[in-house]
Write a protein that binds this ligand. Structure first.
Ligand code: HSE
Length: 311
């Protein structure tokens, strides 16, 4: 295949969706975990995936999350050349830290750069949602938005797609433990009730509102009080071994809040300051070390930039 010299290498970050109370609408972006991708223009038209390192994923563009979102943008842009994708996957699929979103957002972000940025971030999110839908059987943007916009985001609506960028308090750090088991998003969605109690709904939307206010005012106490999920966590936490012990330990060691990252099995804690985050990380690590389940643990500042261009 004849290639032009136009290529880009990017870091596509992991993300935490839901953020306890904000099921399907809130998310934030991590800085120390993510995939890398190289995208280059090709004289041959279409989307080709030439390399996938890390996990066993389909090479056919129409069966691959990064490929499906790339095809959606490609169809709209209709350039007289093609794109080749190399995917270096570090985020395990089914981890709950936005593995599919990193792939789906990464390909369209990089293609947009190579095309001279004809699309804004909301339009890119729309293309990426097609890829995300392949992984979870439904279109949602709460991992895609923080990956593309950075920081904390709120998905105000899907049709039309409206994303609100929220401020990130400067001392906020995240600890994410990833037990090495897989929970499929589609399965974690299937166990949720279709209706919720009015009492729970009131508590939940009060928490979302106060969490947004806390981010705007850098009110860490209010942030802590707001990181509560009375609707989804009671169901999904049963799928995650030792969730209660991790949460109890995290809060006991000073975390502002602790909950399920996306659809799990990863569990996130938000902490004020890096030192506090290190204490929480060490305490959680101790809990999981006593179990028979392998795990990875990450400490990260909040990534306010989102996807980064490496080369
Ligand atoms: N909001 C989605 C869910 C995120 O919780 O199902 C999936 O990563």
């Amino acid at each position: 295949m004849e290639k032009t010299s136009n290529q880009i290498k990017i870091f596509s970050p992991a993300t935490v969706a839901n953020v306890s109370c904000g099921f399907d609408v809130l998310g934030f972006c991590l800085d120390t975990v993510g995939d890398e991708m190289i995208i280059r223009k090709t004289t041959q038209k279409g989307i080709t995936i030439s390399k996938i390192v890390g996990y066993d994923l389909p090479f056919e563009a129409e069966n691959n999350v990064a490929g499906v979102s790339a095809l959606a943008l490609y169809k709209d842009a209709n350039p007289d050349f093609g794109f080749e994708l190399e995917i270096y996957k570090n985020i395990k699929p089914g981890s709950g830290i936005g593995s599919s979103a990193a792939s789906a957002a990464g390909s369209v972000f990089a293609m947009n750069e190579l095309l001279g940025k004809p699309y804004n971030k909301t339009q890119l999110t729309n293309f990426a949602m097609k890829g995300e839908a392949l992984a979870s059987n439904c279109e949602h943007a709460d991992n895609l938005a923080p990956a593309l916009f950075g920081g904390f985001t709120l998905v105000k609506s899907l049709k039309p797609l409206k994303i609100i960028e929220l401020p990130t308090p400067k001392d906020l750090f995240a600890v994410v433990i990833h037990p090495q088991i897989e929970i499929k998003t589609s399965e974690a969605r299937a166990i949720l009730p279709q209706k919720v109690d009015m009492k729970d709904a009131i508590e939940q939307w009060s928490n979302v509102g106060s969490l947004v206010h806390a981010l705007h005012t850098e009110d860490y106490n209010l942030l802590s009080e707001s990181l509560v999920d009375v609707i989804v966590e009671p169901y999904r936490s049963q799928l995650i071994p030792h969730f209660d012990a991790v949460k109890e330990t995290s809060l006991k060691h000073g975390a502002l809040g602790c909950g399920i990252s996306g659809s799990g099995p990863s569990i996130f804690s938000l902490c004020k300051g890096e030192e506090q985050a290190m204490k929480v990380r060490d305490a959680i690590q101790k809990v999981y070390s006593q179990t028979s389940i392998d795990f990875e643990i990450h400490l990260s500042k909040i990534n306010t930039e989102g996807i980064k261009i490496l080369e």
